[in-house]
Design a protein around this ligand. Structure first.
Ligand code: GLU
Length: 432
C-alpha cells in the first residue's frame, strides 16, 4: 500500500474557520481606521495561495508525500515576508491567517515588507536530521519560482530554525546558480545570518514589556511571569526576563509545564531542555498542565506556543494583568472581548512578536549592502523600533478607547491603505 497523505485537514478541521475569524477582526478594526473601503476589499483574500506535494525518500527506503503551502498575502508595501512552519496541524486556513497577520505585523512595525507564510504538514520530531534536510530542500524545489529577495522572503517559524534556513538558502543557490542570501532570513551567522536574529522575537517582546514596566512603575523582582511554550520565542524571553530580575515562575512545552513560585532558574531549565529535549523538574517545583498555566496567579502571561489558547472558555480565569502575545494568534476574538472588559492588557502578536521580522529586515539589509552590523547596532535599532511602535499603538488605543489589537490593526490598515490606494481608488476614477 503506497504511503499517501490523509485527506487535507483544511476541509474538515475546526481551523477551517480560523481564517474567517481572523478576517472578521480586521473588518472590526477598520471601523476605527481612516481607510478607503477598497483597502479592505483588497485585503479580504490572499494574492496567491500555493499548495504543493513534497515527496520525501525516508531513511528506510520508503516514500512519503507531504503537503506544503505558501501563501502570498499582500506585497503593496514590499516583498512578501513570513516564516515557514513545520507542524502536524498546518493547514491552508492556518497558513492564510498567519500570512494575513504577517501583512499587518510588517505594517505595524513599518518594515518595508508585505505578508506571506508557509508551512509543511509534518511532525518534524518523527524525522531524522537527514530527512528534514531533504524535506526542506524539497520545499524550496517546489516553490523556488515564487521566492526571491525582491519577491518573497521566508524565515523560521514553529519547528524550523537557522539550520533549516541554511538548507533552504543552499537549495535556492543550486537552483538559481548564483548566491542570493537575502532570499531568506534567519540564516546562521557566518552564512549570511544577522547577529541577534536568533533571540529577536523574544527580545522584541522583552523591550515591549520594559515600556509597560516604565508606565506601571513595576520593579522586576515583584513581577511574576508565566510562559506557555518553550521554543525559540518563549525560551529567549524567559531568559531575558530572568537576567533582568523578573520572577519567571512557570514555563511549559508541548508536553506540559513546571511551576516554582519563587521563580525558576531559567538558564538551568533551558540547558536541560536543550540537552534532554524535555523540561526538568527542579527541586521545589511541581508539574502543571498547559491549561492550568494560563490561569496562574501571575502578573504577566506570555503565550508563546500556538493559536487559540485563550478562548471564551478560559478567558474569565486569566489572572494576569498583562498578556504578551509572543505566539501568533493565541487569543480568540471572544476571549479578547472578555479580557478587555476585565481590564487585562493584551499586547497583540502583531506588535509583541514583531521583533523577529524586524531583525529579519536588518538581515535582509545587511545581505543587500554586504555590510555586517554589530550586535549592539542590532539591539539598539530593535529597541528603538519596538519602543516607537509600542508608543504609537498604545497612544492610539488610549485615545480611541479600544483594545491594543484594534489600535495596532488600525495603524497597520492606514499604512496599507497608503500603499494600496496609491494608484487611486473609485472616487478618483469616477471623477474621470
Ligand atoms: N515567523 C516569524 C513571525 O511569525 C518571523 C517572520 C520573519 O522573520 O519573516 O513573525
Amino acid at each position: 500500500m503506497p504511503n499517501l497523505p490523509p485527506p487535507s485537514s483544511a476541509a474538515t478541521s475546526a481551523d477551517a474557520d480560523l481564517f474567517a475569524r481572523s478576517l472578521a477582526r480586521v473588518v472590526q478594526a477598520a471601523q476605527h481606521a481612516r481607510i478607503d473601503p477598497e483597502t479592505l476589499l483588497r485585503l479580504s483574500a490572499p494574492a496567491r495561495t500555493i499548495e504543493v506535494s513534497i515527496p520525501l525518500r525516508r531513511d528506510d527506503g520508503s516514500l512519503q508525500v507531504f503537503r506544503g503551502y505558501r501563501v502570498q498575502y499582500d506585497d503593496s508595501r514590499g516583498p512578501y515576508k513570513g516564516g515557514i512552519r513545520f507542524h502536524p496541524r498546518v493547514d491552508l486556513a492556518e497558513v492564510k491567517s498567519l500570512a494575513l497577520w504577517m501583512t499587518l505585523k510588517c505594517a505595524v512595525v513599518d518594515v518595508p515588507f508585505g505578508g506571506g507564510k508557509g508551512g509543511i504538514e509534518v511532525d518534524p520530531r518523527q524525522l531524522s536530521t537527514a530527512e528534514l534536510e531533504r524535506l526542506s530542500r524539497g520545499y524550496v524545489r517546489a516553490l523556488a519560482d515564487v521566492l526571491g529577495v525582491d519577491r518573497d522572503v521566508p524565515a523560521p517559524d514553529v519547528y524550523t530554525n537557522a539550520r533549516t534556513m541554511a538548507w533552504m538558502a543552499d537549495e535556492y543557490r543550486v537552483i538559481a546558480r548564483r548566491l542570493e542570501p537575502g532570499m531568506i532570513t534567519g540564516k546562521p551567522v557566518g552564512r549570511g545570518g544577522s547577529l541577534g536574529r536568533d533571540d529577536a522575537t523574544g527580545r522584541g517582546g522583552y523591550y515591549v514589556l520594559k515600556e509597560i514596566e516604565a508606565r506601571r512603575g513595576w520593579s522586576p523582582a515583584q513581577v511574576r511571569v508565566a510562559v506557555q511554550g518553550f521554543g525559540n520565542a518563549g525560551q529567549h524571553i524567559a531568559q531575558l526576563l530572568h537576567e533582568d530580575g523578573y520572577r519567571v515562575v512557570a514555563v511549559s512545552d508541548s508536553k506540559g509545564g513546571i511551576l516554582q513560585p519563587d521563580g525558576l532558574d531559567v538558564p538551568a531549565v533551558a540547558a536541560h531542555k536543550q540537552a534532554q529535549h524535555e523540561l526538568p523538574l527542579p527541586r521545589g517545583a511541581r508539574r502543571l498542565g498547559n491549561a492550568d498555566l494560563l490561569q496562574l496567579e501571575v502578573d504577566v502571561l506570555v503565550p508563546a506556543a500556538l493559536e487559540d489558547q485563550l478562548t471564551e472558555h478560559n478567558a474569565e480565569q486569566v489572572a494576569a494583568k498583562v498578556v504578551l502575545e509572543l505566539a501568533n494568534g493565541p487569543t480568540t476574538g471572544p476571549a479578547d472581548a472578555i479580557l478587555h472588559r476585565r481590564g487585562v492588557l493584551v499586547v497583540p502578536d502583531v506588535l509583541a512578536n514583531a521583533g523577529g521580522v524586524t531583525v529579519s529586515w536588518f538581515e535582509w539589509l545587511q545581505n543587500r549592502t554586504g555590510e555586517p552590523w554589530s550586535l549592539a547596532q542590532v539591539h539598539e535599532r530593535l529597541r528603538a523600533c519596538m519602543r516607537t511602535q509600542f508608543q504609537a499603538v498604545h497612544e492610539r488605543a488610549t485615545t480611541q478607547g479600544v483594545p491594543m489589537r484594534m489600535a495596532a490593526y488600525g495603524l497597520a490598515l492606514e499604512r496599507l491603505d497608503r500603499a494600496l490606494g496609491a494608484g487611486g481608488t473609485a472616487a478618483d476614477f469616477a471623477r474621470g
